[in-house]
Design a protein around this ligand. Structure first.
Ligand code: CA
Length: 71
């Protein structure tokens, strides 16, 4: 039972870590958003850039990127 609770606690944390890792890798200048030029490194993201840039500011924020990760 204790082991099960441990897994439930850590799985979401590990998922968040993996997400922020790829985000950080793509956010080359570290400004907290992925520009179109930065997205070019991830072809699948680049191809659907406008789809994920839901507020249309030309940058993919972490919240917008989370949607990309879950798709
Ligand atoms: Ca950036």
């Amino acid at each position: 039972m204790k082991k099960f609770a441990f897994i439930l606690f850590f799985l979401p944390a590990m998922g968040a870590f993996a997400t922020s890792d790829l985000f950080a890798a793509l956010d080359k200048d570290g400004n907290g958003a992925i520009s179109k030029a930065e997205a070019a490194a991830e072809s699948r993201l680049a191809a659907a850039f406008d789809e994920y840039d839901t507020d249309g500011d030309g940058q993919i924020s972490r919240a917008e990127f989370d949607k990309y990760q879950s798709n």
